[in-house]
Design a protein around this ligand. Structure first.
Ligand code: MTE
Ligand code: MOS
Length: 713
């Protein structure tokens, strides 16, 4: 690597390479493997050095003057190649329940097949960016667009060989993360800090969209092979499945993501005999990472495909076969990881939606439409969602908070580890706090997430942000209330009962105060009006090695019916109508939850129909801008979109407000779109043959699937 001309280029103030890193040259969250600047480039687009200049343009010009010669090695780029060469980032995992082989042999019906789901680029509106200001004593103030300030702090401290107390990371809010800033933001914050250190100036690093997409990891694509045995009713008796994922060059979060795929291979279905082999393929592509659903959706797509296949082979309505395989309430309620399901509302949601969407009559009219129309075909499908909530890594299920009430006006300042990324967590936490203090929402401010206010935070992820951080904030409030209560009781000689906080008034037995006057009085009497708070999720435990335990505090349930239309001459497709019924428990903020359900669904539909990441055989990504990578636009929304929150929803567990999160689960409602497309394709062969279709169902794939089907007729 010859950087002479780069260094001399106009406006350049610093160039950093691996030799500028005195500490850990890695940003890997669990295992090493994600070098900041590598000794050996392992994927196309991997950063090797960075430049600071007076202007962005000068920096971009300078970078191009580098002379780099590579010795080309033979890359492994696909899952199949990696499986053949046994190229893995971690050891394979095998999970077992009952005797699948025997159960399949003894079944009256058997099927086998293979299935893939594709990768997905996060495409947050705000890309990867960081801004670092050097402070006194070689300290650094780091502004990072990240879902994980605490780990950003640790990564930078280790890179600089400095203590964590010299690095402060602050995140006001981010323009979307979707899992793409859980770890993938670290390298940019780290490089930006290196440049700030070398220049002794504030430095901002904001990636060009193409570079952003080229450098960072995406959703894991998955390949599965299955063998299933089932009875004449379509009830699964035994299932053997091989699940392989493309992890890229390093483990990053792949272990937890594959684990979540294994934990959701059942979706809503009781599996009596199961054998899963899971391979974490190492490929010479950017290291794949967290993405809304976190592997759960990939596991669920695999089982949905199997159920759909079974229904087709029995010539039955898939809606019926799905329901027949559901977990039940009193029996058939133990998962393959030995967790008893105690909050099952799947049947209620499913049955209500089948009715409210007129699924059955529409199914008939779609069949009639298809008989009359040669080129345009319609399809319909209903799919269920059951998604487990909690980090499967036990210790991450904790959160902290810091709450101050200011003495002069009673306004409330809240800080937690929660990152606002558009999902509305700051609004929801402010609501919870305001409600707990009986105050108007406008009296509460949630400030920027900062590592020097609340330390050792978990990533805002796993849909658990508000559950954890909201509970920690309420814990802080309860401590302040205890201080207030102790003072009031002492001062006014009140014996029993606690204060009731409502409409700006605090009522004790026989005495009530305006909130503001109470706060002022408490201050003048030297009562602390500030507290930290903490929360750790109860009940959960999981033995990763034996794959047994209770990894989740609760489950989120939902179902969707989608109707699609395809053009059999071009493969073009659109969603005509989607009906969703989703369980948000006792929703904290229904408008936000509806937004999450709609957004999650559309993002899932993008994953399953139009977003396609492509690589050349040498591992070079070819889909790195909106001109080659298509994400859903407003016009791709279902023409009719009926989204409803399940009215009877209530979290049976002790979760804030008895609510259920809506962060990730709605993404999986989009499975209905994929199987509706498959249903439309099947109509081309009068439903006699099962179409071969992998996700994403792009127009090309739909056309090829129709082509194959026509050859069978
Ligand atoms: N919604 C918006 N608008 N932007 C996002 O980045 N991320 C999703 C989901 N919804 C995301 C979003 C992901 S991946 C997760 S894990 C959750 O929000 C995180 O927020 P929560 O824990 O508050 O649900
Ligand atoms: Mo979400 S994939 O857990 O950031």
């Amino acid at each position: 690597m010859n950087l002479e001309k780069v260094i001399k280029s106009e406006g350049v103030t610093a160039v950093v390479t691996s030799s500028d890193i005195t500490g850990r040259n890695d940003v890997g969250p669990v295992y090493d493997g994600d070098p900041i600047f590598p000794k050996k480039a392992e994927y196309y687009g991997q950063p090797l050095f960075a430049v600071a200049a007076k202007t962005t343009e000068q920096a971009r010009k300078a970078v191009l003057k580098a002379k780099i010669t590579y010795k080309t090695l033979k890359p492994v780029t696909t899952i199949k190649e990696a499986l053949k060469k046994k190229s893995y980032v971690l050891k394979e995992k095998i999970i077992k329940k009952g005797d699948a082989t025997k159960a399949i042999e003894n079944s009256v019906n058997r099927l086998n097949g293979s299935f893939t789901t594709g990768s997905q680029e996060h495409f947050a509106l705000e890309g990867q960016t960081a801004f670092v200001i050097p402070q006194e004593d070689n300290d650094y103030k780091v502004f990072s667009s990240t879902q994980h300030p605490s780990e950003t702090q640790q990564v930078i401290a280790k890179m600089l060989n400095q203590k964590s107390n010299t690095i402060t990371v602050e995140t006001r809010r981010i323009g979307g993360g979707f899992g793409g800033k859980e770890t993938q933001s670290f390298i940019f914050a780290a490089i930006c800090t290196l440049l700030a250190k070398k220049t002794k100036h504030p430095v901002k690093l904001r990636m060009d969209r193409d570079d952003d997409i080229i450098i960072t990891g995406k959703r894991h694509d998955f390949y599965s092979e299955y063998k299933v045995g089932f009875d004449e009713l379509g009830v699964i008796k035994g299932l053997k499945i091989k699940l392989a994922s493309r992890c890229g060059i390093s483990p990053d979060l792949s272990e937890a993501i594959n684990e979540r795929a294994l934990l959701h291979i059942d979706n809503a279905y009781f599996l009596e005999n199961l054998l899963v082999e899971n391979y974490l393929c190492k490929t010479n592509t950017a290291s794949n990472t967290a993405f809304r659903g976190f592997g759960g959706n990939q596991g669920m797509m695999a089982i949905e495909n199997i159920i759909d296949h079974i229904a087709n082979s029995l010539k039955k309505d898939p809606a019926e076969i799905r329901r027949r395989n559901f977990y039940q309430k009193k029996k058939k309620n133990i998962t393959h990881y030995n967790m008893k399901i105690e909050d099952n509302v799947m049947h209620e949601i499913y049955d209500q939606l089948i009715k409210s969407s007129n699924y059955k009559s529409r199914q008939l009219s779609i069949k009639k439409f298809n008989e009359k129309n040669t080129y345009i075909k319609k399809g319909i499908a209903i799919t269920p969602v059951k998604f487990g909530i909690s980090f499967t890594t036990w210790h991450l299920n904790q959160a902290g908070a810091l709450v101050h009430i200011y003495s002069n006006d009673g306004s409330v300042h809240v800080n937690t580890g929660a990152i606002e990324m558009g999902q509305g967590t700051h609004t929801k936490i402010a609501q919870l706090v305001a409600n707990e203090l009986g105050l108007n929402f406008s009296r509460v401010k949630v400030s920027a997430t900062r590592t020097d206010k609340v330390p050792n935070t978990s990533a805002s992820a796993a849909s658990s942000t508000t559950d954890l951080n909201g509970a920690a904030a309420l814990n802080a409030i309860s401590k302040i209330k205890m201080n207030l209560s102790a003072y009031i009781k002492r001062k006014y000689k009140i014996k029993n009962g606690e204060g009731i906080y409502e409409n700006g008034i605090v009522k004790f037995k026989g005495k009530s105060f305006k909130f503001n006057s109470l706060i002022k009085e408490a201050y003048l009497n030297r009562v602390s009006l500030s507290s930290s708070g903490f929360y750790a999720t109860p009940k959960i435990h999981f033995d990763k090695k034996n794959f047994k335990g209770r990894p989740f505090l609760y489950f989120c349930y939902g179902a969707a019916v989608s109707e699609v239309m395809i053009d059999t001459l071009t493969g073009e497709n659109k969603i005509i109508r989607t009906d969703i019924l989703h369980d948000a428990g006792k929703a904290i903020n229904p408008a936000i939850e509806i937004g999450q359900i709609e957004g999650g669904f559309v993002q899932g539909a993008g994953w399953l129909t139009m977003e396609e990441v492509n690589w050349k055989s040498n591992g070079q990504i070819t889909t790195h801008s909106p001109s080659t990578y298509k994400i859903p636009a407003a016009s791709d929304m279902p023409e009719k979109f009926n989204v409803e929150i399940f009215k009877k929803g209530k979290n049976v567990e002790q979760v804030i407000n008895k609510s259920k999160t809506t962060g990730e689960p709605p993404l999986m409602l989009a499975m209905s779109v994929f199987y509706a497309i498959k249903n439309a394709i099947a109509s081309v062969g009068n439903y006699a043959f099962y179409p071969n279709l992998n996700a994403p169902a792009t127009p090309e794939k739909i056309l090829m699937s129709i082509d194959k089907l026509k050859r069978k007729i």
